[in-house]
Design a protein around this ligand. Structure first.
Ligand code: FIX
Ligand code: ZN
Length: 427
């Protein structure tokens, strides 16, 4: 293969056609009933768009919005962000991408047309269509045994049947709200002894039994947790005077979660940097971010070399240091452009520095889709940008006379979009 034009075309084709294993979503198999969100009203009431609605309508009282039924919320968001204003934000443009891909003529009347078209569709058929349009082979879920409705679904025997959906054992409560998690585990029948500062030795064994039971039930690809910018992971090094919450987090991390992950060969996905509910009135839309300590992540990877860490950070300012940290530790793999970073301008910057510092040994993206249809736009928009960054790199190789083939370029793209994650998660 020679010539810049043919190289760029080959890269674009490889990236556009790569089958994706989407390593972090909030989607569910339809067997989980109402937990799976899909269709135009769920697309429009996505918390990203709710935050943008209140930008457009600062006069709107939060309670007035929250007491509206979902269709009315969707209609208000449609009016303010799609009719009164052009849908230029990433989340709004995403809805337009979905509508066009699903065959709904985009425009001010599209809401009514989309509702009519999707009302006739079975969710199973919609899953087939969306996965096909998005080029997604598998979607990893977010499965939280501390969530009452999800726990009930699993205990009712609603295990996974559709192998396009893969479980992930999400344990935020264990790490971020120990007293509440301990109380829930006791109610589930685990003898969680210990106090506000975490489990005692017997309690640690019961926490590991809890993890083992849910691993057996869910067969997760990895253990996952979202963490604040500053977190504590070393039970042998709790700063004096640290609050009980920090001590509990450090003990659960170092005496339960990490030994269990190491013994079981389960990767640990850490999503770090979220500051919950900085505006509680916005509910799920009210979270913000903070800069994390990559030094802590480096120390964690050094101390636990047998654990495979998948890490995504929420602050743009952390990204370069995370790439450098990954150069130091083979058990650390950066993934995705998470949440407020999932925007073309930042995906471009992050992908370029990851390719330049890590080559093909990283996972460039996950969708974080909360609504099934979002797989379409989150992957189409990301493929466009990631493809452009990769095309520049391969064009530079061609310029330096490095021999390239479409097959090799496809193999490289498949590493980024599925193989790297499959090898780490062993799925
Ligand atoms: O912790 C997480 O999984 C975050 O992705 C979510 O809490 C967040 O609301 C989200 O959906 C971001 O895209
Ligand atoms: Zn998420």
């Amino acid at each position: 293969m020679s010539g810049e034009k043919s190289v760029r075309a080959a890269v674009r084709k490889a990236v556009e056609s790569a089958r994706v294993v989407d390593m972090h979503t909030h989607l569910y198999e339809p067997r989980f009933g109402g937990l799976l969100l899909w269709g135009i009203d769920d697309l429009l009431t996505y918390h990203y768009l709710i935050a943008e609605l209140f930008r457009a309508r600062p006069d709107l009282a939060y309670d007035e919005f929250w007491k509206m039924p979902k269709p009315a919320q969707a209609e208000l968001i449609w009016k303010e962000l799609f009719v009164e204003r052009s849908p230029v934000s990433e989340a709004a443009r995403g809805v337009v991408t979905c509508l066009e891909a699903l065959g709904v003529r985009p425009g001010p009347k599209a809401l009514a047309e989309a509702r009519k078209m999707l009302a006739r569709r079975r969710v199973e058929d919609h899953i087939d269509r969306v996965f096909e349009l998005a080029g997604v082979e598998k979607a990893v879920m977010t499965n939280d045994p501390f969530d009452d409705s999800e726990r009930a679904a699993w205990l009712a025997g609603k295990g996974l049947r559709d192998d396009r959906f893969v479980a992930a054992l999400r344990i935020d409560a264990l790490l971020n709200d120990w007293p509440a998690a301990a109380a829930k585990m006791r109610a589930m029948g685990y003898e969680i002894s210990g106090g506000e500062s975490g489990p005692d030795a017997a309690g640690e064994r019961e926490v590991r039994r809890f993890l083992a039971d849910w691993k057996a039930r869910m067969k997760p690809a990895y253990l996952a947790a979202s963490l604040p910018p500053k977190f504590f992971w070393d039970g042998d090094d709790i700063p004096s005077g640290a609050p009980a919450k920090a001590a509990a987090q450090a003990r659960v991390f170092s005496r339960c979660l990490l030994p269990f992950a190491g013994d079981e060969g389960l990767p640990v996905a850490m999503m770090i940097g979220v500051r919950k509910s900085v505006n509680p009135a916005l509910r799920l839309a009210g979270d913000s971010l903070g800069r994390a300590s990559v030094e802590d992540i480096e120390a964690l990877c050094l101390r636990w070399p047998a654990v495979r860490f998948l890490v995504t950070l929420l602050s743009r300012e952390n990204q370069h240091h995370l790439c450098v940290a990954a150069r130091k530790f083979g058990n650390l793999t950066p993934f995705g452009c998470w949440w407020f970073l999932n925007d073309p301008s930042i995906i471009r910057e992050m992908t370029a520095e990851r390719i330049e510092l890590l080559g093909l040994s990283m996972i460039p993206q996950h969708s974080d889709a909360r609504v099934l249809d979002q797989l379409i736009y989150k992957w189409r928009h990301s493929r466009e940008v990631i493809g452009e960054v990769l095309a520049d790199k391969y064009a530079a190789l061609a310029e330096a006379k490095w021999p390239l083939s479409a097959a090799k370029i496809k193999e490289d793209a498949d590493r980024l979009f599925s193989r790297n994650f499959r090898e780490i998660a062993r799925i």
